[in-house]
Design a binder for this molecule. Structure first.
Ligand SMILES: *[C@@H]1O[C@H](CO)[C@@H](O)[C@H](O)[C@H]1NC(C)=O
Ligand SMILES: *[C@@H]1O[C@H](CO)[C@@H](O)[C@H](O)[C@H]1NC(C)=O
Ligand SMILES: *[C@@H]1O[C@H](CO)[C@@H](O)[C@H](O)[C@H]1NC(C)=O
Ligand SMILES: *[C@@H]1O[C@H](CO)[C@@H](O)[C@H](O)[C@H]1NC(C)=O
Ligand SMILES: *[C@@H]1O[C@H](CO)[C@@H](O)[C@H](O)[C@H]1NC(C)=O
Ligand SMILES: *[C@@H]1O[C@H](CO)[C@@H](O)[C@H](O)[C@H]1NC(C)=O
Ligand SMILES: *[C@@H]1O[C@H](CO)[C@@H](O)[C@H](O)[C@H]1NC(C)=O
Ligand SMILES: *[C@@H]1O[C@H](CO)[C@@H](O)[C@H](O)[C@H]1NC(C)=O
Ligand SMILES: *[C@@H]1O[C@H](CO)[C@@H](O)[C@H](O)[C@H]1NC(C)=O
Ligand SMILES: *[C@@H]1O[C@H](CO)[C@@H](O)[C@H](O)[C@H]1NC(C)=O
Length: 788
């Protein structure tokens, strides 16, 4: 378990020495042997207050994700700010906004029916829901457990495509135990159009299928399930509908007829058991997008023996293997901060989900990943982190994206449940592709990848709500997206003219980088030219006031008409200080997406030199960025906030990047159930804290990592492709984080004055040593030290 262990143990050893004197040495050894990153992962972080984190059992990037589903908040199934559980289901997404995701075919257990009468049991979703005991949820990678007031203690674990539930019944909860376990054809968004459930009378096996809608996209998907039981003798089986049950039937069919069988209708099949020998019944649920048969085969292959402990250990081993590439010397660092760090890394590896072999839409030998939910969120931190800690998975995800392009015609900006998801801004898969190209992710068909990103930039799709870009005619002729865009080439939501313009500009820059590397000279010139288009939205004399008081900063992005004249959107509109929630993805969503013109004015990641000059030079830029952080105009819970924490580097003030990094962590990221800002967005917030605490912030889509001191004395990552170890070490490390300013740096023993490094550092390995002090220094401040 490597070098990470010793130093943390020294800290414990020091405490132990005080407490136990001479046994300290032994204690050190024991602790070193016992270090387990999983002890620092708390999957319940971010399950309250809209974090929407999935806290249940899953493998890294696994398809099966089991958890208790609550009523009310349930985007990811379980949320802490709820009171009742209505089922346990096997498929989820994590951290998403909008409506709940999947949660198909929940099962639910009751110890017995009152008076042993099936019709006195509670069947439909709202009636059967039972209060969960407040202190009962236990979550650990690969395991989730919870106790309900109905006398059931439910535990669950998963393999890649099946879940295993262990229900333990409280003997005192019924006169005589005769447990009933039902399956419901419903899903969390209540989107089902039709479905069928069957029960095999002799085996008690419950199977079925249904057609459902994705939670943030168009179209529909079919899913299939297969439930088997172990641990008790089968008593009888049957079907139920609303609150009536009937054990003479074996099938319930809900037709695609919204009037008689609305999507909210609860119905399904059940199996009833004689009292289990030791009060425990195991339920194994296979899932598949292909067929019931494949759902059964998945479960039989992955969990032949219903071995609950075995599946938990296999899941833990899979998670340890993912996390073991990271090592930290945590001497002096609080347990809470360590938990924030490891839990963030864990959440970054829940999605995208590996559905290889489960895609009914096309035949291919390429991997198929799904739940890119959404790339607008994930390109900024999740994929850059995976590139460091799991480049081989990043390669599989890239290949899958390119295969989606081959078969669907465009790269997705968002995709879930085999369906096209909504595009929020630019075609940001271009950034993910270019980032992988620059960082030499192996195994990619770069020619097809290039074809895909060029198509985004050149060919407008018929429905640009779900792929590609809109307004390409104006983009090419005017160099910006006008507020009153006339766009005969495709349909889409005509909002976000400012944010789409700056994102398209950056997307084109990313294409230019690839063109440069691949020798497409003309394309390079063309896309580099277009990448300067952000400036076309810049209105140099625009002022900004907060409650009538001038902020004294002039020059902001503003909406613009086709004829070139300016429109107006208050620069603070859609910041936390004014109408924060007015810029969502709806027809009156205004000109900036999920943020203000203040925020988007900082978005020219490829052209920071010009931006700094445009905003009045380095000093004025740093002043404006400082004001942006201090004034309450910036909300760190939306992903566009990440880069502005570090953009002081471009003004020669890397110390301020470190300062504002510590401004947000831990104040906005902690170990409480409400401990993340905003939705986690499939691990975007989790990867933000990990990258921030590691001290090298990747500028997504560029071969640039901005240097700030790690939150640890030392942090290392072993590269999954080259096997080399890269270490960032703080000299004069101060765990109270007063000394967070770099005074000098050495890269592999040589003086390093640039405030950034390239990806070679990670692939070739080495040591970046940062000497810290309590005041800003002139390290990394000169023009020649700044990132390109
Ligand atoms: C789960 O799938 C991954 C690929 O995504 C594979 O590497 C792993 O071995 C599988 N785990 C098990 C326990 O089958
Ligand atoms: C029920 O399961 C048994 C055992 O697998 C099988 O032989 C039988 O055909 C099944 N019955 C139905 C109706 O599918
Ligand atoms: C769903 O199940 C029913 C009953 O077994 C079957 O007739 C139907 O073909 C299945 N639908 C799909 C899409 O597999
Ligand atoms: C639901 O009905 C549609 C239309 O008839 C059909 O294509 C689909 O396969 C059905 N879903 C299932 C799960 O059988
Ligand atoms: C009793 O329950 C445990 C799990 O709690 C299980 O491993 C064991 O096999 C069960 N024994 C019987 C006889 O079912
Ligand atoms: C149960 O189903 C059987 C077979 O269809 C039917 O004869 C019986 O009336 C049903 N019983 C109830 C209570 O619905
Ligand atoms: C802007 O400048 C005016 C005049 O110098 C000053 O009174 C005011 O406090 C400044 N506003 C801010 C937000 O600094
Ligand atoms: C430009 O177009 C806008 C929106 O149609 C209109 O309000 C404005 O008057 C036009 N300006 C000029 C100079 O024609
Ligand atoms: C801004 O918020 C205010 C107060 O909540 C509301 O009255 C107004 O309609 C909002 N304006 C827009 C454009 O959304
Ligand atoms: C924990 O994080 C949440 C979410 O950002 C924040 O609202 C809360 O104030 C933080 N709690 C503490 C004690 O810092």
């Amino acid at each position: 378990m490597g070098p990470r262990l010793l130093p943390r143990v020294e800290a414990f050893g020091a405490i132990a020495a005080v407490l136990y004197g001479s046994v300290a040495l032994n204690t050190q050894v024991t602790l070193a042997d016992n270090f387990d990153p999983l002890d620092y992962v708390d999957p319940l972080i971010g399950t309250a207050n809209g974090g929407h984190v999935f806290p249940g059992a899953t493998l890294p990037f696994g398809m099966a994700k089991a958890v208790a589903d609550t009523i009310g908040e349930n985007q990811a199934g379980f949320a802490f700010d709820t009171t009742v559980v209505s089922g346990f289901s096997h498929m989820h997404d994590s951290g998403t906004g909008g409506s709940p995701s999947m949660g198909n075919f929940p099962i639910f257990a009751q110890p017995a029916c009152p008076n042993d009468d099936l019709n006195q049991c509670k069947w439909q979703l709202n009636d059967r829901a039972s209060t969960w005991k407040r202190d009962s949820p236990k979550a650990r990678p690969g395991y989730f457990g919870i106790s309900l007031d109905n006398g059931v203690h439910a535990e669950m674990t998963t393999t890649n495509r099946s879940a295993l539930y262990r229900f333990t019944f409280d003997e005192t909860s019924a006169d005589a135990l005769s447990p009933v376990i039902l399956v419901d054809l419903i899903d969390l968004p209540q989107s089902r159009t039709n479905g069928t459930a069957d029960v095999n009378k002799s085996t008690g096996r419950l199977t079925g299928n249904g057609t459902f809608n994705p939670s943030f996209g168009i179209g529909s998907y079919d899913l299939h399930f297969c439930v088997d039981f172990k641990g008790a003798e089968l008593r009888d089986t049957g079907v139920w509908n609303k609150n009536r049950a009937n054990f003479s039937r074996e099938t319930v069919t809900l037709a695609a007829d919204g009037t008689n069988t609305p999507a909210t209708l609860s119905a399904g099949t059940f199996a009833r058991f004689h009292a289990p020998k030791n009060n425990t019944i195991l339920a194994r649920v296979g899932v598949s997008f292909i067929s019931v048969n494949q759902a059964c085969v998945n479960a039989e292959r992955e969990q032949p023996d219903f071995d609950f402990e075995g599946s938990v250990s296999a899941a833990e081993a899979a998670w340890r293997k993912k996390l073991d590439v990271i090592s930290v010397d945590a001497e002096g660092v609080s347990d809470d901060l360590q938990k924030v760090f490891w839990s963030g890394a864990y959440r970054a590896m829940i999605s995208p989900q590996d559905y290889t072999g489960e895609n009914p839409l096309w035949k291919s030998d390429e991997p198929y990943y799904d739940s890119y939910y959404c790339i607008w969120d994930s390109y900024r931190s999740i994929h850059p982190l995976l590139t460091l800690v799991d480049p081989l998975s990043q390669s599989l995800m890239l290949r899958s994206l390119i295969d989606i392009y081959r078969n669907e015609g465009y790269l997705p900006d968002c995709r879930m449940s085999l369906c096209k998801g909504f595009t929020q801004g630019g075609s940001n898969a271009d950034v993910v592709v270019a980032d992988a190209y620059l960082k030499k992710i192996p195994g990619i068909d770069w020619d097809t990848a290039y074809e895909a990103v060029v198509k985004d930039a050149e060919i407008e799709p018929a429905n640009w709500n779900v792929e590609g870009r809109g307004g390409l005619h104006s983009w090419k002729s005017l160099g910006y997206i006008p507020t009153d865009d006339y766009d005969p080439d495709g349909v889409g939501t005509h909002t976000r003219s400012i944010s789409r313009t700056v994102e398209y500009a950056y997307n084109d820059f990313c294409i230019a980088e690839m063109a440069h590397g691949m020798g497409h000279k003309e394309d390079y010139e063309k896309y580099l030219g277009r990448s300067g288009n952000w400036v076309n939205m810049y209105k140099a004399d625009q002022k900004s006031s907060i409650q009538g008081a001038d902020t004294n900063f002039t020059g902001f992005l503003q909406p613009r008409y086709t004829n070139g004249t300016w429109g107006y959107q208050d620069p603070i509109f859609c910041s936390p200080l004014l109408n924060f929630t007015s810029c969502y993805l709806n027809p009156d969503g205004h000109e900036t997406y999920e943020g203000s013109a203040w925020l988007y004015t900082f978005y020219a990641p490829h052209d920071m030199g010009s931006l700094v000059q445009t905003l009045g030079g380095a000093e004025e830029f740093a002043k404006r960025l400082t004001y942006f952080h201090e004034s309450g105009l910036l909300y760190v819970g939306d992903e566009q906030a990440f880069l502005p924490v570090y953009q002081f580097h471009y003004a020669g003030r890397p110390g301020l990047s470190a300062k504002y990094n510590h401004f947000y962590i831990p104040s906005q990221f902690n170990t409480t159930v409400a401990g993340i800002a905003g939705n986690d967005d499939s691990g975007a917030m989790g990867s933000y804290v990990v990258l921030s605490m590691m001290g090298l912030w990747p500028v997504p889509g560029q071969d640039v990592y901005l240097i700030t001191p790690p939150y640890f004395k030392e942090v290392s990552i072993r590269n999954g492709i080259t096997g080399k170890l890269a270490t960032i070490r703080n000299v004069n490390f101060d765990p109270s984080y007063q000394s967070i300013y770099i005074q000098s740096a050495k890269l592999n023993g040589k003086e390093w004055t640039k405030n950034w490094v390239t990806h070679d550092f990670w692939t070739e390995g080495g040591v970046l040593e940062l000497t810290l002090g309590s005041e800003e220094s002139d390290w990394g401040t000169k023009m020649e030290d700044l990132p390109p």
